[in-house]
Design a protein around this ligand. Structure first.
Ligand code: AMP
Ligand code: MG
Length: 347
């Protein structure tokens, strides 16, 4: 068991002494969880195979699920990749720093331990000042998957990291709540038409403005084989089984009310993930609003915390409303599908 230090940092102007302490741990091969704009990352030296091994062990992550490498400046990129395609340059100009991960052909300095055995490496530049300062001070790129036990909902605040990682890592930098709340968009540029391997913080519409046509990996559909190794695993899952209801909103509410009533009559405890527009329409269950349907960023930043909350409440069944797949809604629905194990009712 490690003694996990939790250190509060100013999220806009992180204190130098704290960043230095954390960077020292990374350089020595240890693990530090830190805030990014998407979710909290579990960071280790991306160029150190042993550090990568420790990340997999701390998370209980399958060895073939590659890690995303985080950089603070474009100057770090040349060392890591064989070439930088023109499309990547356009995207980096527009979306870095930010929640976009791009797949490149890796150079030899990047160990296979970091890439899950692949010849490619996923790279992004986060926009959170704490993340940027930490990577800069460490002097090495930082491999950082989400700082949760593999399969659980990703953490968006230090308390949620501590829930999963206490005793498993050296330090947690507490920089408050992550603003986006879902992970980065992972993009593959190796084909003629760019392919979204995982929808995330940068939307398909935003990518299309820069690149023209952008496809969504058809392998993300239930029962298909996704192109990205990590996408095949059950993920984001709360302890309680979850049912996602999709369709016109009045019918969603009617169906969820009927299901909740039935489950409660069997003596089961029901959690309902509603929205600001609908929460007052439910007649039973433990109701939590994820946010405002007209402002989907309010929803994306809350979904993982609500799933964890239902676990703490010990509900037996979660019933969740679907939202529009426009914009960041695509990433939200991808996470909810997975959290529900594709248990979806279309009404
Ligand atoms: P996480 O670390 O939990 O944010 O998950 C990282 C995601 O990026 C997983 O879905 C991985 O499969 C994906 N990923 C990382 N590296 C690669 C790569 N080289 N090729 C394809 N997907 C990748
Ligand atoms: Mg993850």
């Amino acid at each position: 068991m490690l003694e996990t230090k939790i250190i509060k940092v100013d999220k806009n102007q992180p204190e130098r002494d704290k960043i230095k302490m954390a960077a020292e741990i990374i350089r020595k091969g240890g693990l530090v969880a830190f805030p990014t704009e998407t979710v909290y990352g579990l960071g280790g030296n991306a160029l150190d195979e042993d550090a990568a091994k420790k990340i997999y062990a701390a998370k209980g992550r399958p060895q073939d699920n590659p890690l995303i490498v985080h950089i603070w400046d474009i100057s770090q990129l040349n060392q890591l990749v064989k070439e930088i395609p023109e499309k990547a340059r356009l995207l980096m100009d527009k979306f870095w720093p930010g929640p976009l991960t791009i797949i490149f052909h890796k150079n030899d300095v990047v160990p296979f331990g970091t890439t899950g055995g692949l010849d490619t490496v996923a790279i992004r530049m986060p926009s959170h000042p704490v993340a940027l300062e930490l990577i800069k001070e460490a002097g090495v790129p930082i491999a950082a998957p989400s700082a949760n036990i593999s399969g659980k909902p990703s953490p968006v605040c230090a308390e949620e990291v501590a829930e999963d990682m206490t005793g498993r890592i050296d330090m947690i930098l507490d920089g408050g709540k992550a603003s986006v709340g879902v992970e980065s968009t992972v993009l593959d540029l190796s084909e003629e038409v760019p392919i979204i391997l995982r929808p995330g913080g940068v939307t398909r519409e935003e990518l299309q403005e820069v690149l023209g046509r952008v496809d969504l990996d058809p392998g993300l559909a239930p029962g298909e084989k996704p192109r990205s190794p990590g996408q095949k695993y059950r993920h984001y899952a709360p302890d309680a089984p979850m049912t996602l209801v999709e369709g016109p909103i009045d019918r969603q509410v009617k169906t969820i009310n009927e299901l909740a009533e039935k489950l409660e009559s069997q003596g089961l405890k029901v959690g309902i993930m509603a929205t600001a527009q609908t929460r007052h329409l439910y007649t039973s269950g433990h109701i939590i609003s994820a946010g405002d349907r007209t402002a989907p960023l309010t929803i994306s930043s809350n979904i993982f915390t609500i799933l964890r909350k239902f676990d703490r409440l010990g509900v037996d069944q979660i019933l969740a409303e679907g939202i529009s797949k426009d914009g960041i809604g695509l990433a939200v629905m991808n996470r909810l599908y997975k959290a529900a194990g594709y248990n979806v009712i279309k009404v």
